[in-house]
Design a protein around this ligand. Structure first.
Ligand SMILES: NC(=O)c1ccc[n+]([C@@H]2O[C@H](COP(=O)([O-])OP(=O)(O)OC[C@H]3O[C@@H](n4cnc5c(N)ncnc54)[C@H](OP(=O)(O)O)[C@@H]3O)[C@@H](O)[C@H]2O)c1
Length: 234
């Protein structure tokens, strides 16, 4: 299975609907060799000494990145607005920090501490520049992968450039064409969802039933959602 997975009876279709795009995007960035090339997740991982930085941890992609990193044994440092700090901790982040303000980079470098970086995910508008600064100032991997569309990442990379830091741009569907798709959707996810080792996050909010509710959902999305995925059932 490269891009689909059975779901257990305990998981509703509405809950499971939060997963495909967000999990695929996070997994592509984290596990493909052309991005962060991290160790694959498993059911009962041993703790690793390295840290994964997830800038934008309360996004849907970021929520899955935190869970995947934890399932691969990495320590996680993640950013969000303060009202989502407990949410990030509930996903397994060891340290959390705000992403706004001039002190954000210093604070996150401090939170990473002596643990070498295994890699950095830059998620959300404006995430690339601070993520690259942090990778340049900390020990370990200098790889930063961005969830912004490839052309945005390419345009912004020159402004973010720091010696030794390597930036790549994720296209969330590419894992179906390499070893990451089967490893995540075949080897990992079915058993991890069944055992509860992996949880569908963020929570879903069902906007309504029927395709005619999609404009409502889009209006709500434009108004801003935080640590939630809007779902329309058909
Ligand atoms: N490359 C790909 O293939 C691919 C695929 C899917 C998504 N994406 C991109 O990934 C990003 C996240 O998508 P999503 O669906 O996961 O988002 P989402 O769930 O709609 O994200 C909502 C969250 O975004 C956070 N946020 C808002 N502005 C931010 C910023 N400037 N920096 C960091 N966090 C910010 C807010 O967190 P707080 O309330 O905690 O501030 C909010 O909780 C988007 O830019 C999207 O375009 C890329």
């Amino acid at each position: 299975m490269r891009h689909v997975s059975p779901i257990p009876d305990t998981l509703s279709f509405e809950q499971a609907a939060v997963l495909p795009l967000t999990l695929s995007t996070a997994a592509t960035g984290m596990f493909q060799q052309d991005h962060l090339g991290l160790a694959m997740p498993g059911a009962d991982p041993a703790d690793r000494p390295e840290t994964v930085l997830v800038w934008g941890g309360s996004t849907s992609v970021g929520s899955n990145a935190i869970r995947l990193a934890r399932n691969a044994g990495y320590r996680v440092v993640a950013t969000a607005s303060p009202h989502n700090f407990d949410y990030l901790r509930s996903l397994g982040a060891a340290e959390v920090a705000g992403r706004r303000g001039p002190a954000a980079v210093d604070e996150i470098v401090d939170r990473i501490g002596d643990s070498p970086l295994a890699g950095t995910l830059a998620i959300g508008n404006g995430s690339l520049v601070p993520a690259v600064k942090i990778a340049a100032r900390t020990a370990g991997s200098k790889r930063v992968t961005s969830a912004q569309p490839g052309w945005v990442t390419r345009l912004r990379s020159p402004r973010a450039r720091r010696p030794g830091v390597r930036v790549s741009g994720i296209w969330g569907g590419t894992l179906k064409d390499n070893e990451v798709g089967p490893a995540i959707y075949g080897d990992f996810l079915p058993a991890a969802l069944t055992s509860g080792a992996y949880r569908a996050a963020p929570d879903e909010t069902v906007v309504g039933v029927g395709l005619d509710r999609i404009p409502d959902a889009l209006r709500r999305l434009r108004g801003g959602v935080s640590a939630k995925k809007l779902v329309v059932t058909v």
